[in-house]
Design a protein around this ligand. Sequence first.
Ligand code: NAD
Length: 500
Amino acid sequence: MARALAEVERGLQFRTAAWIDGEFVPALDGRTYTSENPATGRPLAEIALCGAADVDLAVTAARHAFESGVWRDLAPAERKRILIRFADLIDANNDELATTETLDAGKPIADVRALDIPDTAGTIRWHAEAIDKLYDQVAPTGPAAVGMVVREPSGVIGAVIPWNYPAQMAAWKLGPALATGNCVVIKPAQQTALSLLRMAELAGEAGLPPGVLNVVPGPGDVVGVAIARHPDIDVVAFTGSTEVGRSFLHHSADTNLKRVVLELGGKSPQVVMADAPPLDEIAPKVLDAIFWNMGENCSAGSRLIVHRSRQAELVERIAAAAASDWLVGDPMDDTTRIGPLITRSHLERVLGYIEVGRAEGARLVAGGGRVLEGSGGHFVAPTIFDNATNQMRIAREEIFGPVLTIIAFDTEAEALAIANDTPYGLAASVYTENLRVAHRMARALRAGTVGINTYSEGDLSTPFGGYKQSGFGGHDKSVHAHDQYTELKTIWIDMTETGS
Ligand code: NAD
């Protein structure tokens, strides 16, 4: 398999121009930027550096496609057919897309091939399959009127996505937005545009009409802001940091009051109660929750809140497993579980937090620094701090790297108070064999997803979104994601007859 992938890698021809109105085009002013491979620090591709004028062009194409009806007026079964073909093409090109994603984002190839790309195709397919099975409503009026409540596509959707799951995050926006009949202008993160540009081409091959999907790569403070402020975009869906997400609300308020949907950061708790299942069962799940995707995961279980009676044994187990099971290495190697962090500056930020943890007096029990420096890549050893308090910065701020912070508790009330004492509310886990405790905690935790005896984001049939400063205005995944890309319209028909 390694040899087959090496061949795929050698044959890669990256798509590096913007995808606007059904074709690849350079930035209007011809500028480009260099995207680098985070595993080596070396240049990978020269990509179109778009600006506000390119966003304008893309929005014009999307608006034209929307108003022409080429997409929104297709029968849902027809949109479904094209989107399923798109999903099939993503699956058929798994090796190429996965290799591209790994080289571009540093994500371990084994994860990308088995999870990211299949989930990307699966998301498009799920929303496509749902769309010809959803009915509108007739209101419970008397015979004097017929009140229809129908859903219509919102129009032109702007999407701005992060670098941690480039293909998957795109699909979480494109699946529901396209299935419901909208046209889209999407901006990938500057660091990771390549998989989405190739996906756009595959969408064209599948039969998506020109202008329905447009991809505009470029910097957040230029292209992202142009999307956020564009007067002809009806809805903007953003996934990224809470800080940038907040600015989208200002932009909307200052311009055309476009609907804003935000999926933001987290500092998610994993609570291990005294009566948790055996620790050999839960230790791997606890580590998965924090080290999966290098901890560059919005719902990473970055705070382990453990009952004092289980603390010593759990810490011993996970500290050993962090070193033995979480191999740091070349992300193109099938056995690697932790690849490089996305950029040099992000590496420095994460190393900075490790220093903060030390200085705050937490006990370092695993990792604690940069590794594989000679590669030129941005690698950090999986790191665990024990004996922390919830007041420490390593317990309060989103590190977005492979760093776990452990806090001990004595009572259920204390565990809950610590878990909820955060500005975030994206995900949480509770480990207990007591059914009542499980239900009580699941209800009391202020988070969009609560896993019981597991770490999970649910599946495509469940909504994903955040409480508090982890989210705003909507959800990804499931039919609930359709709400943010559609308008509810009332059609009221007077049935009274006059004069007869
Ligand atoms: P980021 O906020 O820096 O960037 C996200 C996107 O916004 C990128 O495309 C970027 O180019 C763009 N952007 C940057 N500055 C902008 C600006 N001033 N105006 C408009 N757009 C701008 O986030 P990131 O570093 O790419 O991703 C990490 C963050 O994303 C973390 O906080 C993580 O928790 C969050 N995230 C959340 C989810 C979720 O579903 N809740 C999923 C993945 C990541």
